[in-house]
Ligand binder design. Structure first.
Ligand SMILES: Cc1cc2nc3c(=O)[nH]c(=O)nc-3n(C[C@H](O)[C@H](O)[C@H](O)COP(=O)(O)OP(=O)(O)OC[C@H]3O[C@@H](n4cnc5c(N)ncnc54)[C@H](O)[C@@H]3O)c2cc1C
Length: 310
């Protein structure tokens, strides 16, 4: 069975009849065409049998209705669990309690609990809690949600130091979060080093790397700069000249993502979280290459249940 994969970690998982869990993040589209296209995407992504989909929210809390609707629709369409992102900024504590109750009664059991970005006019926006750790505590007290929180392998832009940021991450996990999902890194080594550093701070909760779908490099590049993610010069070079060549661009993106996944797995990633940007081809292929086989050939030929684990 080890021959099924050249990666020792994946081979070990296969040998146990298990697979690396994956999850896919999507955002709630504003327009009906975007909604239709998202339905297609999640239908295809569901073939990898993700552990969950997660649906983002706007930083000011105004998209909560759309976020909840999309999460409910994903659940109905795919049968996969959907997690809802919820920010402490943009709502009062009473509003958060109300959203938590509505989510629970709607059957949503997983929240990605976030503080949210500090708005420019911070004073005019309600802030239920100053830090995500307080939100985690409040949500856990209200209902027994599964909770994911954000982690920053290169440090959160506001953090005084990476070690201080890791201590704040630890506070979120100690408040009851079940996993940390990382901001995307373009150099997997940042994830590897971050995990080691978290271990030195006594963190044992799973830390899941985030992999960005590299469709439209200039757009991803902008996201990276905004998020404080290092943009390696080699990535600029590798995408240079592909602007008018969509197929070359896509093959380049796929090659880079496949290599990133391979290295993240080698660093011991306990699962993989894909920022899909509502696309499916690249993240589904990357998940497939990471062992989430989307066909049933393995079952037929070697009797291995490819749907086990995760
Ligand atoms: C996986 C993931 C998903 C995301 N999804 C969304 C989304 O859907 N919508 C959205 O608007 N944003 C989203 N974000 C962005 C996130 O909202 C921002 O990065 C935000 O600025 C910080 O949120 P947080 O939950 O990490 O905050 P926190 O964990 O509260 O940390 C924020 C800052 O405060 C510091 N800090 C924390 N606790 C303390 C303390 N006790 N004392 C002093 N300093 C402290 C931290 O070091 C950090 O610098 C996401 C980020 C990630 C990684």
């Amino acid at each position: 069975m080890a021959a099924l994969s050249t990666d020792p970690f994946l081979a070990a998982l296969y040998a146990q009849g298990k697979q690396l869990p994956v999850s896919f993040e999507v955002y709630p589209p504003k327009h009906p065409e975007g909604r239709a296209s998202l339905r297609d995407s999640v239908g295809r992504l569901a073939e990898a049998e993700p552990r969950f989909f997660s649906v983002t929210c706007s930083p000011d809390g105004t998209s909560q209705h759309r976020t909840m609707n999309v999460a409910a629709e994903i659940g109905e369409l795919t049968g996969c669990p959907a997690a809802v992102h919820l920010t402490a900024f943009g709502s009062t504590a009473a509003q958060i309690d109300d959203v938590a109750d509505r989510l629970w009664h709607a059957g949503i059991r997983h929240i990605v609990a976030l503080r949210g970005d500090r708005p420019a006019d911070a004073e005019s926006v309600p802030r239920a809690y100053a830090h995500a750790a307080d939100l985690v505590r409040a949500l856990k007290q209200r209902h027994s949600f599964e909770i994911s929180v954000a982690a920053y392998p290169e440090g959160h832009p506001e953090a005084e130091s990476l070690d201080a940021d890791i201590e704040h991450l630890k506070a979120k996990l100690d408040a009851g979060a079940d996993r940390a999902i990382c901001q995307f890194t373009l150099e997997p080594a940042h994830y590897g080093r971050f995990r080691e550093r978290c271990a030195k701070h006594g963190i044992t909760t799973p830390i899941v790397p985030g992999i960005m779908t590299l469709t439209l490099w200039p757009r991803v590049r902008r996201f990276a700069l905004r998020a404080g993610t290092t943009v390696p010069a080699w990535l600029d070079e590798i995408f240079d000249g592909t602007e008018g060549e969509p197929e070359v661009q896509r093959m380049t993106a796929m090659t880079v993502m496949a290599e990133q996944v391979r290295r993240l797995v080698a660093y011991g990633a306990p699962a993989l979280h894909f920022y899909t940007l509502n696309h499916w081809v690249l993240p589904l292929t990357a998940a497939h290459l990471a062992g989430r086989h989307i066909g049933n050939a393995l079952e037929q030929h070697v009797g291995l249940s490819t749907r086990a684990g995760g």
